[in-house]
Design a protein around this ligand. Sequence first.
Ligand code: ATP
Length: 325
Amino acid sequence: MTDLPHPSQSSSSSSSTVIRTDGLTKVYGRVTAVDDVMLDVRAGDIYGFLGANGSGKTTTVRCLLGLVLPTSGSIELFGQAMPKRASSVLPRVGALVEGPAAYGHLSGRANLEMYDASGRAPSGPMGGGRRGRRHRAEEALSLVGLSAVGARPVRAYSLGMRQRLGLAAALMRRPDLLVLDEPTNGLDPQGIREIRELLLQLHAAGTTVFLSSHLLAEVEQLCTRIGLLDRGRLVLEEQLDVLRAPTGRTVVETVDVERAAELLGPAVEAREGERLLVRCDDPAAVNARLVGALVRVRQLGPERRTLEDVIDEHTRARAAEEVPT
Ligand code: ATP
């Protein structure tokens, strides 16, 4: 993979809103796929849009990109109304939705060049001519690690290679915003890691990333901000570091668990094997106390909730609200 092109907007405008929806709703017959959703995605976010299968992620993404019209509510990208201002907004957006489409008999490179030629006015130093397209295609192929197979027909590509090609297409216009629907679908662990690294590089170069996923681990490792959809409703939107802030308890792992429990007394809230959960928000103080008494501490640190805990809590809270009385 190569160095990154810089998008036109730098991450310095980190407080500005890139995606905003107000009361976004999409109804299909009897199904309310998206229900009164208020999204707030800011410049510089890597926004993880989480939700179980069928929770409405793809429908939301399609609405954002103007691929389906909402039943009600409004959408703004970069402060401009969608889909009304699509022609000025979409050149700043790279998207990969529901698997990439490509002509199997053409090479990856030719697909990218054709996509660029048929798309909206390309930006960037090489301009919109054939040379410019070729240059951007090479750059995009290299970014996603497909340079070596760029000349092969796409029908010979694996699922993972096709997914990368879709990502390369999304990068052709050097977007300020990348919207990706399940971007690691079909990739093996190595491929998932490479895409994660690429997205982090793009983010560091100033690209805002909006990524839908049902893979908690992926989102937890990559994202700075989380939105959680539950049956069409946005039940949580928050910075990941806030969600994963210390709980005020300290986790201790020690082979001398009896002795440690005795020393810490009633501050010990729970004990499981060689692991103690201690009611104290100062891990250094707990450590000093234990080490001072020659307790052999294997591991010690602040307790943080996992994203899984947070999501369980919010989806359970909604289910409880809905229990008939
Ligand atoms: P997945 O992770 O499985 O892709 P998702 O979170 O992306 O799910 P959507 O594909 O947006 O969810 O679907 C949300 C709901 O809307 C589902 O009940 C789905 O059946 C319904 N739905 C989506 N598109 C249509 C459509 N074109 N016509 C009718 N119902 C639809």
